[in-house]
Design a binder for this molecule. Sequence first.
Ligand SMILES: [Zn+2]
Length: 397
Amino acid sequence: MKRVSVRPENAHQGALLRLLRDEGPISRAELGEAVHLSRSKLAVELDRLTEIGLVEAQGLAASRGGRRSAIVGLASGLRFLAVDIGATSVDVAVTDGQLTVLKQVSEPMDVREGPDAVLAVVLDLVGKLRADGLAVDLHGAGVGVPGPVSFRDGVPVAPPIMPGWNQFPVRSVLSQHLGCPVLVDNDVNIMALGEMHAGLARTVDDLLFVKIGTGVGCGIIVDGQVYRGASGSAGDIGHIRVDDEGPVCTCGNVGCLEAHFSGAALARDATEIARAGRSAPLAERLAAAGVLTAADVAVAAAAGDQAAVELVRDGGRRLGLLLAGLVSFFNPGMVVLGGEVAAGLGHPLLAELRSVVYRRSLPLATGHLPIALSELGPQAGVVGAARMISDSVLSHD
Ligand SMILES: [Zn+2]
């Protein structure tokens, strides 16, 4: 495979490239205005970017009176690889320079099989994309994993649901195999980036993205960038204490949000309710399937089962109280809820959350605060992974 390692040579070139990524092809005249470059300086930078193969001419703009301005866009051959490693599946996608997904392939895979087995599946999926003529000359790859990551080193750090991955050099191993720059982050951070790039949060620079899956986590975007904190664990809200009592959490503490409300907690509570004879539909489902999941709670609640409705309401209230504190502290421009449990519970969860947050946060923080369900769904991860690596490749550092 050909190695591609072109980068912008100065900050102006980086700004031009990221603008073309986010806005698509535009005329030289508009480009010059947007980055505050004189016509001659702009010409020098664009010539250089064309020469190194990052930008190409794409025809002429409609006349604004006088000479028609030439349209430029990112090189049509620009390709980013996006890898989203989940707890139970692996998704791999190839995007163009504007991060449009050209093709996405996926394979069920238990992350507990360990890094060798999982990365072999990733490379196998890359091979499939390559066989289709995609993923040949990659400019960079972004990778998300379901656990805490040292972003600087590109390694997972003591990830609770990823045995065998602690300190495994994901970034350097993949970089070696793919022949391009690679960045690794946790899945919640890349989903937050995906929401900012292509989702409802396109219009805001400060975002809280709350993922409710088996566990609960929060991606924090400050001024258009992921905020990771001093050691990379910012946003780990699942283990904030919301009650002095309650079930013991996977982390060993008592009263964590995740132990009260998460996919795992809903499955546990639903089973208890079904066994206690407090919900006929949940009991029927348990008898038929042998186990209950958060999705069963969503179905029962939607059908009006009182015990299931109360579970959703109680969870929404607990998460809402915590979120109200975060909103007062952080003053985000938007809160987006994602993850499969949030998607399954849908509007009843959203209604409960909104009511608690709007009642409990300061009016200045919530006056214009939209709280919404993700519309990107499972695509948030791959779009965000591509966004992460493109931010780096299309920057001069
Ligand atoms: Zn905990």
